[in-house]
Design a protein around this ligand. Structure first.
Ligand SMILES: Cc1cc2nc3c(=O)[nH]c(=O)nc-3n(C[C@H](O)[C@H](O)[C@H](O)COP(=O)(O)OP(=O)(O)OC[C@H]3O[C@@H](n4cnc5c(N)ncnc54)[C@H](O)[C@@H]3O)c2cc1C
Length: 452
């Protein structure tokens, strides 16, 4: 299907970026270096533009995708041939330091929210990379440095403004459209185009945070220390284990951490690190939470080729550690990171049916991001990533984190939503019966014969 700029409603006030537009190549760029060619990118200038585009797509039966910062792991937000509604120009942030709330428009990236909130000594759970979009991250979970203190990002959504498939702008919170409020905190992209999110903030001044790296030969020791630290960690401490394949062909291992408690007590929590000897790189110090935001920024550059696999682990057993390290040693791509993130704390205390996001039972999240440059290497690199995921799967617990699912893992979507999946399908039938919002980790509307 072709979509011509002249076909868009005259009342659309934003920028229309067609393939002939000089800004087309820049506007269609996403984190994954894929050559996506949408029919038209409609950069919405305000909420009414979002409504106009949705009404138009519905009346003309045009495939419509919604994109923000374009960091989708499955690269679904920039499909070939579709009309793409971009929220990037909706970039307003209002911080209410008294109510401790951030009202954030849908095109905002995490780095801007963290900086704006930090000016008031406030913060919330956000992405570890500044360029990730607030909407995609928070609508589907949101694991970050402060999650053991404050829960996931979706747990901190207080309200949403969303344009649903019928073109209506709806306020969604615990009192208004509570069914959508449940569904959109975990499966948000399925139910409409969000125009703004209101997020709860917390007083956070200084944290002890950063990364310590060690030679890859110490991988097993670092992993064992990581397991000791996480076994005794309070909610104030979030740690990552890393195994990195670097652009120069070397490997390194490390621990990333954020201690959101009294700095005098950080040393006790981190004491097991001393047994590892001097690190090759050490950025751990007291810092503002906005400085920590930069720690991962350079590790997975925009525009490289990537393939991912992820699992939740209920424990970090010796067998799981052996399986992970065996594959880490065979990393040969230049931008490859293996993460194990420590979950639990506030994430696990929220009742599992409180939101559509279900990843509350795992104690750890395992993730491999395999990154390379040349398309000629695609099949070999993808096969390696899949094999890594299969090797870890026997040690995993049930469930899947939708934000970490790659394009070839749609079969895991029901597992990701667990017992909430059928409720999501029934709500999808009510709010988006034609599956207009389908360029995502899609929950198909319940079919007619399933309602009897
Ligand atoms: C470099 C990098 C670092 C990351 N770090 C973390 C991390 O620390 N923790 C973590 O949990 N995840 C992390 N992620 C995963 C990230 O949370 C998801 O990829 C997220 O969906 C990206 O959101 P986005 O808005 O940038 O992407 P987009 O590609 O713009 O959108 C992602 C999805 O959300 C939908 N969407 C976007 N905007 C809207 C809207 N306004 N209304 C409705 N639907 C919308 C899109 O249609 C698409 O389905 C990271 C990803 C990358 C690439």
């Amino acid at each position: 299907m072709t979509v011509h700029p002249a076909q868009l409603p005259a009342s659309f006030g934003g920028e229309i970026i067609a393939p002939t537009h000089p800004g087309y190549d820049q506007a269609r760029q996403i984190w994954k270096g894929l050559d996506r060619r949408p029919a038209l990118i409609a950069r919405c200038a305000d909420v009414s533009d979002v409504q106009r585009i949705i009404e138009h797509a519905a009346s003309e039966d045009i495939p419509l995708a919604v994109t923000g910062a374009g960091h989708d792991i499955a690269a679904r937000s920039m499909p070939d041939g579709a009309l793409v509604a971009s929220t990037l120009a909706l970039d307003g942030i209002e911080i209410d330091p008294v109510q401790r709330l951030a009202r954030v428009q849908a095109g905002v990236r995490w780095g801007s929210v963290v900086a704006a909130a930090a000016r008031h000594g406030l913060a919330t759970t956000g992405a570890s990379v500044a360029t990730v979009g607030v909407a995609g991250f928070a609508l589907h979970g949101g694991l970050g440095w402060l999650m053991r203190s404050f829960g996931t990002a979706c747990d901190n959504i207080q309200a949403l403004d969303v344009v649903t498939a019928d073109g209506q702008l709806r306020t969604v919170n615990a009192r208004s459209n509570p069914d959508l409020f449940w569904a959109m905190r975990g499966a948000g992209a399925n139910f409409g185009a969000v125009t703004s999110l209101t997020l709860r903030l917390y007083p956070v001044n200084r944290v002890v945070a950063g990364v310590k790296l060690y030679p890859a030969a110490k991988a097993r020791d670092v992993l064992d220390v990581y397991r000791r630290i996480t076994a005794g960690a309070g909610d104030e401490l979030v740690t990552h284990f890393y195994y990195n394949g670097n652009p120069d062909g070397t490997h390194s291992v490390g621990i990333g951490l954020c201690f959101n408690g009294p700095s005098a007590t950080a040393a006790t929590a981190l004491a097991p690190l001393e047994s590892l000897g001097p690190p090759t790189h050490d950025s751990v110090r007291e810092m503002g939470i906005d400085e920590l935001q930069a720690v991962h920024d350079a590790s997975t550059p925009l525009g490289a080729r990537y393939h991912l696999r992820a699992h939740y682990l209920s424990e970090f057993s010796d067998a799981a550690a052996d399986a992970i390290l065996a594959h880490c040693r065979s990393i040969s791509a230049p931008f490859t990171q293996v993460f194990v993130e420590h979950l639990g704390g506030a994430v696990g205390r929220i009742p599992k049916d409180a939101t559509a996001f279900r990843g509350r039972h795992g104690r750890f999240s395992f993730l491999v991001i395999n990154g390379w440059k040349s398309p000629a290497e695609d099949s070999e690199r993808v096969a390696w990533t899949r094999a890594f995921g299969e090797a870890v799967a026997p040690h995993a617990t049930e469930g899947a984190y939708v934000n970490y699912l790659d394009y070839d893992e749609d079969h895991r979507i029901p597992e990701a939503y667990g017992a909430g999946y059928s409720k999501l399908r029934s709500l999808k039938r009510r709010y988006d019966p034609t599956n207009m919002f389908r360029f995502n980790r899609n929950v198909a509307p319940e079919a007619d014969d399933e309602t009897r």
